[in-house]
Design a protein around this ligand. Structure first.
Ligand code: CFM
Ligand code: HCA
Length: 532
């Protein structure tokens, strides 16, 4: 076993050691493919960076749909602490379009409601919402106590639909379902597939149309991607779900192609739309200049129209001319630096591509809640064993809808794959990393400290929970979830902003100049993971 991995594990008790060993891999690229365990329960008591199922459903997938009201059915804290904390930007797309993203709606469940049930309170709350805001769609998101007391949010949703003639979805996305946010993504995807996608009839007008799946417009990323796609001439039918809406998502089945940004949070919908409506999906990555060019070329190749291919090249050339000088400048500042990147489920891979554009290597990386396919590639899916927690999340199966046909024959799709179009596939993060690099699943604060000590990255990208601990260790940290209130980082223009932010951080690392007191005298003592 390699030295760095030993260091990470050797302070653990034997029980914790056994568990964490399978979630940590130092890449060998030997004869046997590098493997990692993922999507399992975190060890009780360990300070994991993960969130909960409700966060994945309410905060991540459903929350950004601006014309829909999301009501948290539960205690006020769950609504309050998820109010505006994820930077999914949204603005009305036309005059009069509602935008409920800045609001937080909640049933504010108190002790008597827990005792006597909260369905009535929920229905009254929805009556208020209808009276005041009159949305076309309402999502009810359940928090932990709702599942425990047995409120039937689906039944409430059906009653609301009948009463008001709108779409209402009751989500049983209680925080404890599954092992992380990931369960919430799945549950949210199922609801959108069942009750929203396919409801509309407005066909795209442009010759070529796409949906952007798994793009949540954090810091305006989605806007930059839509700008580029539109400049080439594509119609973007819907974005799932950044700056997205019920009104557009319901027409998404009529688009020509699905572009998947965040594989982890949305692959279910991509797969189901292929089965039900024959819409192919391509894994794209608009993070990084190289990634953006590659993705744009792949999309054009899918449609296989010489005019479109020419236009794509023109736009790429124009965009590169605009950013080249800045990119070169930041590259001269960043080349040779190393990074660690630990985020939820997709960015730890996507951002490695952007760092490569600047000549930086990511030596340590990991996800909070991704599955093995996000690390090792989708070919691993048949080998993934379902456990009690994953079985707990409903799998829905869909069938081909009459009147919808595959866009291409199997033969044509096979040829496209051979030509390098990443159709219905994702290769995962590991293949883009180097030998000796460390990959850690469901990382925790202790491991973060150890990794920093051993690998000494110049910068550590992470989230709010660990940012300050990392900086106290003298290492620059930038939040890769919220972009520390900067961005966009996607596409061509975003790459320059990212380069600027990283260069600024690295060249003004005040944290390296201070020594926190606990560096000289330990302030607490104890054992890790119990004794034995
Ligand atoms: Fe996908 Fe995301 Fe991510 Fe994610 Fe998230 Fe996020 Fe993330 Mo925070 S959908 S998996 S559940 S890319 S909220 S926009 S930044 S952990 S890496
Ligand atoms: C979530 C949301 C989050 C948290 C960010 C962080 C986000 O997981 O519920 O921990 O810094 O991006 O806002 O991932």
């Amino acid at each position: 076993m390699a030295k760095e991995r030993d260091l990470l594990l050797d302070k653990y008790s034997s029980r914790v050691f056994k568990n964490r060993k399978s979630h940590i891999t130092q890449l060998e690229f030997g004869e046997k493919p590098d493997e990692i365990a993922a999507n399992n329960r975190a060890i009780p008591g360990i300070i994991t960076a993960r969130g909960c199922c409700y966060a994945g459903c309410k905060g991540v997938v459903i929350g950004p749909m601006k014309d829909s009201v999301v009501i948290t059915h539960g205690p006020i804290g769950c609504a309050f602490y998820t109010w505006g904390t994820r930077r999914n930007k949204a603005k009305p797309s036309y005059e009069g379009e509602p935008n409920f993203v800045p609001y937080s709606f909640c049933t504010d469940m108190r002790a008597p409601d827990i005792v006597f049930g909260g369905e009535k309170k929920l229905e009254e709350g929805i009556d208020d919402i209808m009276r005041l805001f009159n949305p076309k769609c309402i999502f009810i998101c359940s928090t932990c106590p709702i599942g425990l007391i047995g409120d039937d949010v689906q039944a409430v949703a059906r009653r609301v639909e009948e009463k008001y003639g709108i779409t209402a979805i009751g989500y049983s996305c209680e925080g404890y379902k599954g092992v992380s946010q990931s369960a919430g993504h799945h549950i949210a995807n199922n609801g959108l597939m069942r009750y929203v996608i396919g409801k509309g009839e407005e066909a795209p007008k442009a010759k070529y149309s796409v949906n952007l799946l798994g793009e949540y417009n954090i810091g305006g990323d989605g806007w930059e991607q839509v700008r580029i796609l539109k400049k080439i001439g594509y119609e973007v039918v819907s974005v799932f779900t950044g700056d997205g809406s019920y009104e557009t998502v319901k027409n998404s089945h009529l688009a020509d192609l699905n572009l998947v940004m965040c594989h982890r949070s949305i692959n279910y919908i991509a797969e189901m739309m292929k089965t039900k409506y024959g819409v192919d999906w391509i894994k794209v990555n608009f993070i990084g200049v190289g990634g953006t060019c590659k993705s744009l070329r792949m999309i054009a190749k899918y449609f296989n129209d010489p005019e479109l291919i020419k236009r794509t090249e023109e736009v790429i050339a124009e965009e590169l001319a605009e950013i080249n000088e800045d990119m070169e400048y930041y590259k001269s500042k960043l080349k040779g630096k190393t990074a660690g990147i630990f985020v939820g489920g997709s960015r730890s891979h996507h951002y490695q591509m952007l760092l490569k554009d600047f000549g930086m290597e990511t030596t340590i990386a990991g996800y909070e809640f991704a599955h093995r396919d996000d690390y090792e590639g989708r070919e691993i899916i048949p080998q993934i064993k379902a456990d009690a927690d994953s079985k707990n999340i409903e799998e829905i199966t869909v069938q081909r809808e009459p009147g919808y046909e595959d866009r291409y024959s199997e033969e044509e799709l096979k040829k496209m794959r051979e030509e390098g179009i990443e159709l219905d596939t994702y290769d995962g993060m590991i293949k883009d990393m180097n030998k000796g690099n460390m990959v850690v699943d469901d990382y925790n604060l202790f491991e973060t400290d150890q990794l920093i000590e051993e690998y000494k990255p110049d910068i550590f990208f992470s989230g709010i929970k660990d940012k300050y601990a990392i900086q106290h260790g003298g290492v620059v940290s930038r939040q890769m979830h919220s972009y520390d209130y900067s961005g966009p980082y996607a596409g061509f223009r975003g790459a320059v902003i990212f380069g600027r932010d990283v260069a600024m951080s690295l060249y003004t690392n005040a944290w390296a100049l201070v020594k926190p007191p606990w560096k000289t005298t330990p302030m607490i003592e104890g054992t890790l993971g119990g004794v034995g």
